[in-house]
Each structure stands twice: as C-alpha cells, then as structure tokens.
Design a protein around this ligand. Structure first.
Ligand SMILES: Nc1ncnc2c1ncn2[C@@H]1O[C@H](COP(=O)(O)OP(=O)(O)O)[C@@H](O)[C@H]1O
Ligand SMILES: [Mg+2]
Length: 265
C-alpha cells in the first residue's frame, strides 16, 4: 500500500467492558484495528469472542467505554459489515438454495416479498463466482460439503460489498484441505478490495498465511497486536493453557507445533 490509509479504523475500542446475564464477560478493552487488517480473534471457549462481534454489530451494548466501527457508533443492520455467525450453515433449514441465501445478504428479509432485479441477480452471481461457488449456485445448502457451505455463507457476507467481514469460526468442522481453501479465499477477498477481515478461530496455524494482526482474550481482557507479536510460545502457552511451540521456517513463516485443543470446561 502506498501512503497512509485514509479510511477510518475498522474498529476502535476505548476502555470497553461488556456484561451478559449480570456477569462481566471481559473489560478494559482498548485497541484499534486499522482498515485493511486481517485479524485472528482467539481465546478459550466462553472468553467472549462472539460477544466482541455482537458489540461491533450493535446487537449488544457495551457496559462501559466507547466503540467505533468503520468511523461510527455500532448500529444494527449496518450494511457495511458482512457477518457469518458461528455455526451459521448448520442452523439453516434443509431446503434453502445457495443463490437464495446469498440474495438475503443483499435484500435482508425482503426478497420473499418481491422479485429480485436483474442487477441484484448479477451481484449475487458475482459474489458466488468470487467465492468459487458458481457451479453449485442452484443446489440446496444441505447437499453441499462443509467447505462449500462456508463459501456460500461468505458469499452472502460479501454480496453487499461490505468493508468489514466478521467471520465467527469459519474453519470449524472443516478438514485441513478445506480449511486451507477457505483461508486462500479470505486472502483473495482481502486482495480484491482491501476489506478488513476479523476471523474467530481455535487454531491460528491455517490462518497464519493471511493474518496481519490478532485480538486475543486473555484473563478477562481483550488485547490486540501484530500477528508476529502474538505468535510467541509464552503468550500462546498462557492463552491456551497447554504447551505451544513456535517454529520459524526459512521463508519466515510461523507455525505452532502443538495441536491446539481448547481446555475442556
Ligand atoms: N445470550 C447470552 N446470554 C447470557 N450469557 C451469554 C449469552 N451468550 C453468551 N453468554 C456468555 O457470555 C460469555 C462469552 O460468550 P461468547 O462470546 O459466546 O464466547 P466465545 O465466543 O469466546 O466462546 C460466556 O460466558 C457465555 O456463557
Ligand atoms: Mg463464539
């Protein structure tokens, strides 16, 4: 990139705390995610990763502090944010067709009430093509593999040209090859429009080729840093509560040796 990015940061938190059911989930969140970053969001089960996305989406108020998303206060239905919720594809009905799911990203709930325009259909086709799902656009989601379903879910999130993508565990339940293909897709989407991507993951390894930053939830507080600062043995071992090793290859790539498993609760 040449020169400083003129866009406002994708996400700014100033001393943010959040509570659910009368309990503080995390507090003292102060960090900035620059526009164009690709951010891994990591932390143990129940640490509040999904909660962070819900704050950014305006689905949940902060208990303390100030949040700014793409230069404004969070608001529900912000069309500049594309969101794929955790377990999204598993929660869909059997019958939903890929094309219809992507159309929802353009029209919200409205498409059942009227026909889509040729321009809207062209945008849906374009989104399906960009994620590599054009071949199965007419199929039902239930007929597809997990990797194919995740592509279609991402197509729904990008069809309205979002500036910020929030993907909650898009690699869950995918085999290694499919994980790598989704990661490659995220890299492609990032290169196309320099969109900011935040992605919740249990295992950073498959994402390392595309990540620039990480947000990690540790000891009840969110922290943000460049990815190289986060992929450190001591920090990751603390974060996951299990020994993690970091290996640097000749190309400068970073890998963690241990197979990460979240501590069972
Ligand atoms: N709808 C809810 N009502 C009350 N508490 C919730 C709700 N959703 C999540 N929580 C609690 O908030 C905490 C953080 O949850 P979540 O953000 O889903 O964690 P993560 O995504 O990191 O696994 C957990 O303790 C969870 O039990
Ligand atoms: Mg979650």
């Amino acid at each position: 990139m040449t020169g400083p990015d003129a866009r406002p940061p994708a996400l700014v938190l100033e001393d943010v705390g959040v509570a659910r059911g009368g309990r503080t989930v995390w507090s003292q969140g102060t960090f900035t995610v620059r526009a164009g970053a690709v951010v891994g969001v990591i932390g143990p089960n129940g640490a509040g990763k999904t909660t962070l996305f819900q704050l950014a989406l305006g689905l949940l108020p902060a208990a303390t502090g100030r949040i700014e998303v793409l230069g404004s206060a969070p608001r529900r239905g912000n069309r500049r944010i594309g969101y794929v919720p955790q377990n999204y594809t598993a929660a869909l009905g059997e019958a939903v067709r890929c094309r219809d799911l992507v159309t929802l990203g353009l029209t919200g709930g409205r498409f059942g009430l009227r026909r889509t325009s040729p321009a809207e259909r062209a945008r849906v086709d374009d989104a399906l093509r960009r994620v590599g799902a054009a071949d199965y656009a007419e199929r039902r989601m239930s007929e597809l593999s997990g990797g194919q379903q995740q592509r279609v879910a991402i197509a729904q999130a990008i069809v309205d040209e979002a500036d910020l993508l929030l993907l909650d565990e898009p690699l869950a339940n995918l085999d290694l090859r499919n994980q790598q293909e989704i990661v490659r897709l995220l890299g492609d989407l990032h290169r196309e429009r320099d969109v900011t991507i935040m992605v919740v993951a249990h295992d950073l390894n498959p994402l390392l080729p595309v990540l620039t930053d990480a947000v990690y939830l540790l000891d009840g507080h969110p922290h943000h840093d460049e990815i190289g600062e986060v992929v450190q043995e001591e920090l990751l071992t603390h974060l996951y509560g299990t020994p993690v090793g970091v290996v640097r290859t000749a190309q400068g790539d970073l890998f963690t040796r241990a197979a990460w498993r979240e501590p069972q609760r």
